[in-house]
Design a protein around this ligand. Sequence first.
Ligand code: DX5
Ligand code: ZN
Length: 222
Amino acid sequence: MIILAPSILAADFNALGKQINMIEGSGVKYLHIDVMDGNYVPGISFGTPVIKSIRNNTKLIFDVHLMVEEPIRMLEDFKDAGADIITVHAEACSDLAGTVDKIKSMGLKAGVSLNPETSLDKLDLIIKNIDMVLIMSVNPGAGGQPFIHSSLQKIKDLRDKANNIGVTIDIEVDGGIRHSNVMDVLKAGANVIVAGTSVFGGNILGNIDRYNKLFLQYEDTV
Ligand code: DX5
Ligand code: ZN
């Protein structure tokens, strides 16, 4: 199944609740929530108080992307704030396997993210224990950047790797996804599509509708 995960980093924070309700009303299931700590990435976005307050307003699945150094320190806080899926960066964890185990032991889905320069080999020890791999198609830290084209080959290689070892895994792709390139990302083997600017920029419902039509078009070809 193909899933659209709108990233609230590109939302209008002055109208966040309303925009989330609009997204939920359109039938979208995931909300991608980018947490930046000012250390693993230079910028700071928002943390648990914001997540907690939007949790009261929606039943969407909270797909929390932690761009945070040593996230193992704060996994419980994000669970308590309302996360359903927690994704950590392989580069940010000194004990990646332990971090994944902790997310799973809390009863949440676990994702591991790789930066554009990070090799798929980093997944070898944990790929059987996780639910999702997040392939960054920009360098993490900001919305609105151009898609890095070599990510397509990496997605294909990851889909092959997962098939070869017999694991069913979600492949999420994040950064620079637009209506104009999403087909390539789907064809490469991704099934969870993060989109910030291309959902929240302009007409939100129209943008989602265009994505849904492209997803149907893709599904017709497979
Ligand atoms: C980047 C974030 C992304 C970002 C995507 O560090 O992880 O989720 O919001 O934004 P767009 O879709 O605008 O590239
Ligand atoms: Zn993200």
